[in-house]
Design a protein. Structure first.
Ligand SMILES: Nc1nc2c(ncn2[C@@H]2O[C@H](COP(=O)(O)OP(=O)(O)O)[C@@H](O)[C@H]2O)c(=O)[nH]1
Ligand SMILES: [Mg+2]
Lengths: 256, 150
């Protein structure tokens, strides 16, 4: 989808949302106000509340999953949509407002140098802190992912990430739908398919309304499952990058 | 002797029951085949108890019943792994369908919106029957944010 003003492909914000009617209007308003000229696709994942109508009222395009498929399933649907409509870049932004919409442009700009760009906290910026087992899990994952990605990755579970055309093509087919697969495994897929992954430092904020989808006491379970997910991701066989997608992005990242 | 009769009856009930389920199309043939074979083996073993003893002796298992338990365990394990595999495959297929349905629903809503919109120059009383076939319509642009606010 070509942008007449610049001749460049447009960017699509993909926002997975599950029972987010409280936080969503605020987040969407911020995205429209600060993210520049992007289209916004909210993926309503079988919510019980008014997520879909709230999103449509705020001016977003709404993709409604027939039942809950998890963040991974919602994202794959979003990437399929992006691919079929010829978007040049897609960026995942959480509906709860934890990802500052002012940073969307920063993360997208990272696509000049990589195929997948992670907006990472702990990368010398921001005050949002995670403690306890979840922090240990993140550190373990970060160390391992940095090694296999051969680049510094401090926050591999961050959902704030952008993909260029090559990555959209890959993810439209192979975005992992399993628990935690949407974060850790999707990076392993990208790396092992020959895509370049990089991070840019961003600030994360606390959730701006509604409730988190998982309770804090599940942190210990998170540790175990994260490690398991990473182990699985490493031993699995990955499909080659789809034939029509170039492995290395053009120098300017976001392609026309 | 009564034990043997019981085993024979059980095996027969299983075989007949499975065949009946296949007949009513409640069980796919590929699953039925396995259970019919298992049922027939049980019928055989029940009808000729000497068979199991001789088989155990041949392999070197001292207590014939142990051979039976071992085989039954392996079979059940294999079947449940197979079912997990089938279920994983089915779930993945279902996910793909769910994604397609969601995208199609969005596209359909857009096409509808287009068809229902009053078109300038045509006093068409029935906007649902356009003179342009649906497949000739241009591919819908992603809805711009200001359009959706209307
Ligand atoms: N599509 C979809 N989105 C979800 C689901 N669970 C959570 N989300 C969204 O994922 C984002 C992050 O969820 P959150 O509960 O804040 O997780 P956290 O930020 O990792 O603690 C939010 O935008 C949620 O609405 C789900 O099952 N399906
Ligand atoms: Mg959150």
């Amino acid at each position: 989808m070509s942008d007449p003003s610049t001749g460049r492909a447009r960017a699509l914000v993909i926002m997975p949302a599950w029972n987010e009617q409280e936080a969503l209007p605020g987040t969407l308003a911020e995205v429209f106000a600060h993210a520049g000229d992007v289209d916004v696709l909210v993926v309503d994942d079988g919510s019980d509340d008014d997520t879909a109508s709230v999103a449509a009222a705020a001016g977003a395009t709404v993709l409604r999953m027939p039942y809950n498929t998890g963040v991974g399933g919602a994202m794959r649907a979003g990437f399929k949509y992006a691919q079929r409509h010829g978007y040049g870049a897609a960026i995942q932004v959480d509906a709860d407002g934890q990802h500052d919409p002012r940073e969307i442009a920063v993360v997208l700009a990272g696509l000049h140098e990589a195929d997948v760009v992670i907006g990472a906290r702990f990368a010398d910026k921001g005050a949002y802190a995670v403690r306890g087992p979840r922090r240990w899990a993140m550190q373990l994952l970060a160390g391992t992912m940095s090694r296999i990605g051969r680049t510094r990755l401090t926050d591999p579970t961050s959902g704030f990430r952008a993909a260029n055309v090559a990555a959209i093509d890959l993810y439209a087919r192979h975005y992992p739908a399993e628990y935690l697969g949407d974060t850790v495994e999707s990076l392993v897929i990208a790396i092992r398919s020959g895509l370049r992954v990089q991070q840019v430092p961003v600030e994360m904020r606390p959730r701006q309304g509604g409730r988190p989808s998982h309770a804090p006491w599940k942190a210990a379970v998170y540790l175990v499952r994260a490690v398991f997910a990473l182990g699985l991701a490493l031993v699995r066989r990955w499909p080659a990058v789809p034939p029509h997608a170039p492995v290395v992005a053009a120098p300017e990242g976001v392609r026309p | 002797m009564t034990v043997q009769l019981l085993a024979l009856l059980t095996a027969l009930v299983i075989v007949v029951g499975i065949l009946e389920m296949v007949r009513r199309r409640e069980l796919r043939e590929k699953y039925a085949a396995l259970w019919v074979v298992v049922g027939l083996v049980i019928v055989l073993l029940a009808a000729f108890p000497g068979l199991l003893a001789r088989l155990a002796d041949l392999i070197g298992v001292e207590v014939p019943a142990n051979l039976l338990f071992f085989l039954a365990l392996v079979l059940l394990l294999a079947v449940s792994v197979h079912l997990s595999w089938e279920l994983s495959k089915t779930e993945e297929e279902m996910r793909v369908l769910a994604e397609e349905v969601a995208i199609l629903r969005l596209e359909l809503d857009r096409v509808r919106l287009r068809l229902d919109a009053p078109r300038p120059g045509t006093p068409s009383p029935d906007a649902r029957r356009p003179d342009v076939p649906v497949q000739d319509l241009p591919r819908p642009e992603p809805v711009r944010r200001d359009e959706g606010r209307a």
